[in-house]
Write a protein that binds this ligand. Structure first.
Ligand SMILES: [Zn+2]
Length: 500
């Protein structure tokens, strides 16, 4: 048999001011300036913690063939350009049209392209149009938002059970195993699903803790015991002004045991809705959080600015939290990486050891939220310049080769070192600091922009973790966002709403 395996991943924050062109889809390609194709895509995917790597292993194990037309993975950002989406979709659809027995897709599920608010649904619809009878298995991020189009055109769907996402390979294997069983005629998959009108807070979504833990545990137990073929719970991605946002449950049942699947769907959705108030994250002013961090005994103390996280589409150049850290006089701090190619160019030109004054960050306005960029002027010595390349050694996306672009570290006194980079990258792996020679274990404060994924690489070394609500397009205060296209009513924007 011949399989088509493809990876197209983007989480779109429609409030982000940064559009996403094709060149952004270069993550994990080892420094390429866009997606990679064919043999290059296979080489870059092998031995990584990705769903596509699991697809390749399973197909090879059963002695079949595959092609990989596309590896296109981007850091989250704003709406994907129409050109980029058309190119990626055409690349995948063409490979399917050339003939195959099944399609295995490694997608995100929260991609919004210009003209296509449901980009993954549109991709599936186009594949189905050229290959009406070919089974399609899809592995999706825990933050996927579901439309009927995506569901109706898929044969099997599995989502990550973890956040931080460390079970990406296993998710691919779960989806592919169901598809392989269907190809052998052992099962007849039926997709059952529901999207609840809930905007959950991402800081309250992780299945490692309540309220999600019991719900995800029940789903995983049902799948492990064979009650259903796959059971997935998706937290959803709320920073998207599109109709189909919400917490979703997707069950793949065998047609012979459809009733069990329907009962499980009711059970999981009931649990999530009953716990809706527990999915709200209570906010604290950033000044209070930083003052609290100052009272803590020993480091490393990880300060997590979750308002401007490139892992959820933030530009990563909002400087308010660092400004407050300096105002309150915290010492022995590693901060960043802040995205500012212009400042990097200045620092690289000055060279290691040079004394400089430079305006860092604040180059991006965020008109959707009425925020204007405010650079922070820093004076210090250029401590180090690197090429920004590191290979992930932590549990999330293990083995992936990532790049910050050219990176400069500015020492501004008081033991404060500020990382400035050319390409934003969420700190889910310590390599983005250690590649420059930073010893994090001996650092008192580590100020990063993240929300949950930092836990993969930084929780093991952190003595304390302090969440800091900086301003930005990843704010946890949904009153900040001018939603216009969202399906209403939705909880908690309509706090007293009921389900029909
Ligand atoms: Zn995610």
């Amino acid at each position: 048999m011949r399989f088509v395996i493809a990876l197209m991943r983007h989480e779109t924050n429609t409030f982000s001011p940064l559009p996403t062109p094709l060149s952004s889809f270069c993550r994990g390609t080892g420094g390429n300036d866009g997606p990679v194709y064919g043999e290059a895509a296979i080489r870059a995917t092998e031995n990584t913690n990705s769903a596509a790597a699991a697809f390749m292993d399973l197909v090879r194990e059963q002695g079949d063939e595959f092609v990989m037309p596309l590896l296109a993975n981007s850091v989250p950002s704003g709406v994907v350009t129409r050109d980029a989406f058309e190119h990626m979709a055409l690349t995948i659809v063409s490979a399917v049209r050339d003939g195959c027995d099944a399609v295995l897709l490694d997608l995100h599920g929260a991609m919004v392209a210009d003209g296509y608010p449901d980009a993954e649904g549109e991709l599936l619809r186009r594949i189905r149009a050229v290959a009406p009878a070919v089974p399609i298995a899809v592995a999706l991020d825990f933050h996927a938002n579901f439309s009927a189009t995506l569901i109706e055109n898929a044969t099997a769907i599995a989502g990550y059970c973890t956040y931080p996402h460390i079970d990406v390979y296993e998710t691919g294997a779960r989806a592919a195993r169901t598809l392989m069983a269907a190809l052998r005629g052992e099962v007849a998959p039926v997709l059952l699903w529901r999207r609840l009108p809930m905007l959950t807070h991402m800081l309250r979504q992780t299945p490692r803790e309540q309220p999600m833990k019991d719900i995800m545990d029940r789903a995983m137990a049902a799948e492990a015991k064979g009650e259903v073929l796959n059971a997935s719970v998706f937290g959803g991605f709320p920073l998207a002004d599109i109709p189909h946002v919400g917490l979703s449950v997707v069950i793949v049942a065998d047609a012979r045991h459809r009733a069990a699947g329907e009962a499980l769907l009711d059970e999981l959705c009931g649990m999530a809705w009953d716990r809706r108030a527990d999915f709200i994250f209570p906010l604290e002013p950033m000044e209070t959080s930083i003052a609290h961090a100052k009272t803590l005994d020993a480091g490393p103390i990880v300060l997590v600015d979750h308002g401007d996280n490139c892992g959820a589409g933030g530009p990563t150049d909002e400087m308010s939290v660092l400004a407050e850290v300096l105002r309150q006089g915290l010492e022995d701090v590693v901060a960043g990486p802040f995205w500012d190619p212009q400042a990097v160019a200045q620092l690289v030109e000055a060279g290691e050891g040079a004394d400089v004054t430079v305006a860092v960050g604040g180059k991006t306005d965020m008109p959707a939220l009425g925020l204007k960029g405010q650079p922070l002027t820093l004076t210090g010595r250029v401590w180090r310049i690197t090429d920004g390349n590191y290979r992930v050694t932590g549990p999330m996306f293990t083995g992936m080769q990532l790049s910050l672009g050219r990176t400069a570290v500015l020492d501004i006194g008081g033991g404060v070192r500020v990382f400035v980079c050319e390409k934003p990258q969420e700190p889910f792996d310590a390599g983005l600091f250690t590649h420059a020679g930073i010893d994090l274990d001996r650092t008192r404060y580590i100020l990063i922009k993240s929300r949950q994924h930092f836990r993969a690489g930084f929780e093991p070394i952190a003595r304390h973790i302090v969440l800091v609500a900086g301003p930005g397009v990843c704010s946890s205060d949904y009153a900040d966002f001018p939603f216009r296209h969202l399906s209403r009513p939705i909880y908690p924007l309509e706090p007293d709403m009921t389900l029909d």
